[in-house]
Write a protein that binds this ligand. Structure first.
Ligand SMILES: *Cc1c(COP(=O)(O)O)cnc(C)c1O
Length: 495
């Protein structure tokens, strides 16, 4: 199976090339030329499998240039009990008869990015080999908090790779920052950027798009690559947990095989929900994809009106991993819904670049209405939801998950559609212990790691091991730079 660029369908590459390159030279994103289909029988056969086997099953359908043995090996190395604290890898927590939380944060960094970033280094290093790339890879990451740490963990001391992470100085939690600046490994670098996530992401995109810099890095023996969710190798492992969650519900007798479920996803760069969209298109019986945003509700407006408009104030919220105004992966959705039109997709992206906005055709809008529903939840409400969920069910959720839960409740209230629903839980509450304590009315004067102890003692819950391990860790990276200095920072890092 080949992969096409969303901006030029004549660009056709293998899966390995798509993963090795990350982004097409024309600025487009790689998408599979056909989406494999998933029959009811296939879903049934996956019900009896373990998570690792389900991953191999799904990923093989997309990665024809990888052998089953290779993928089995990668799944075993990614999703094992050394990296994940529960054997199910992505367990469902039952809230009520018709509502479950899909906990995607039992990996090494306590956020859902691990689901993909434990797998990506395996896919990437194999892809480099398959494509005959002789240079080393330098992974550049712009992070709104969770990607950075998950990528650092995934690539730490991986042969033939170096990784440099840029995080926005005013946009990550205490715990997130500590996780990154204390990262171990001989091939890693971490650098703060004065500004917000979009500044960091724009800076990285500019480096990728600069032909002169590309030459300079190449001459130094490096090829740049990305671990952001624009890389197909990031997106693919995320399709797996939707299928897996569905199978778990069937297996537990909670839903009948073929029965519909709704899925509510806390959304930022549109990667997680796009994986759900692909799962639905493949044949997984998902009814509505509920797109949940925080006050940076550019996606809510887009899904409701058909106009994407990034010209608006940026808010730093309690759910920082969703503080994004330009959701890169939306480009893949536009491509899919425009009848795979590279010209239409490229035109929207050019408009976005030039004016900061675009409006989709009525036909695309109708398709969006059929598949998606969207709303947002502000910080005040987020705190109330965390408090109420804990009081009523004794279940502690993080601010991102609270946004998704709240928006599911809006959806049920507004539409009367009360079929079984999965809320995607993207981070451990401990990762955002300051906000969670605040929501519970228990915030004292604690800082950093003390917040984690405090949340444990207030709730009687157990913090994830990797976060406990941060205690007493040394800060290795304290540099903060302006956006303009990012190319220089990369050169210094590679020297
Ligand atoms: C990255 C992230 C999100 C947003 O996911 P996207 O794939 O960017 O839409 C939501 N919650 C948490 C905790 C995250 O780390």
């Amino acid at each position: 199976m080949r992969y096409l660029s969303t901006r030029d369908k004549l660009v056709r590459v293998t899966a390995a090339e798509a993963i090795a390159k990350g982004l097409s030279d024309d600025g487009g994103l790689f998408v599979p030329e056909v989406l494999p289909s998933l029959s009811e029988g296939q879903i049934q056969s996956m019900c009896a499998m373990r998570y690792q086997q389900r991953a191999v099953y799904i990923m093989s359908a997309f990665l024809k240039d990888f052998s089953a043995a290779e993928l089995t090996n990668f799944a075993a190395e990614s999703y094992n009990d050394e990296n994940f604290s529960v054997p199910q890898i992505a367990p469902l927590k039952t809230l009520t008869d018709d509502t479950w939380f899909l906990e995607l944060w039992h990996g090494p960094t306590s956020a859902f990015k691990d689901m993909a970033l434990q797998m990506l280094p395996h896919l990437l290093t194999a892809s480099l080999q398959k494509t005959g790339e002789s240079r080393e890879v330098c992974i550049l990451v712009a992070t709104s908090g969770d990607t950075g740490k998950a990528a650092l963990e995934g690539f730490c001391d991986v042969d033939r790779t170096k990784i440099l992470v840029f995080y926005p100085q005013d946009g990550v939690s205490d715990v997130q920052k500590l996780q990154m600046v204390s990262q171990s490994g001989g091939n890693v670098g971490v650098c703060g950027v004065a500004g917000n996530f979009d500044d960091a992401q724009t800076g990285v995109k500019q480096i990728f798009g600069d032909p002169v810099l590309k030459q300079v890095f190449s001459a130094a023996g490096y090829v740049l690559s990305s671990a952001n969710s624009i890389n197909w190798g990031r997106l693919l492992p995320q399709i797996v947990y939707y299928v897996s969650a569905y199978c778990d519900l069937v297996q537990a007798g909670r839903i009948a095989l073929g029965g519909p479920v709704n899925v509510s996803v806390p959304t930022g760069n549109f990667g997680n929900i796009l994986a759900a969209f692909y799962a639905k298109r493949m044949g997984l019986p998902i009814n509505k994809l509920i797109c949940a945003s925080n006050e940076n509700n550019v996606l809510t407006n887009f899904i409701r009106t058909g106009t994407y408009d990034r010209n608006r104030p940026f808010h730093n919220t309690l759910s920082p991993s969703m503080d994004i105004l330009v959701s890169s992966n939306l480009e893949r959705l536009l491509f899919a819904l425009s009848g795979e039109s590279d010209t239409i997709t490229a035109a929207y992206m050019a408009e976005l670049n030039k004016t900061g906005r675009y409006t989709v055709t009525p036909q695309i809008k109708r398709e969006i209405d059929q598949i998606f529903w969207a709303d947002y939840c502000d910080d005040e409400k987020t705190k109330k939801v965390i408090y109420a969920t804990y009081r009523k069910y004794g279940y502690l959720i993080d601010p991102h998950t609270a946004v998704a839960f709240d928006v599911l409740n809006h959806y049920r209230h507004d539409t009367g559609d009360n079929i079984p629903a999965i809320v995607v839980s993207t981070a451990s509450p401990y990762k955002f212990a300051d906000s969670v304590l605040d929501a519970l009315g228990q915030r004292g004067s604690e800082e950093g790691m003390e917040l984690i102890d405090r949340l444990a003692s207030v709730t009687g819950t157990v913090p994830p091991m990797p976060l406990m391990g941060l205690k007493g860790k040394r800060v290795r990276f304290d540099q903060v730079i302006y956006k303009e200095a990012m190319p220089q920072a990369v050169m210094d890092f590679l020297r």
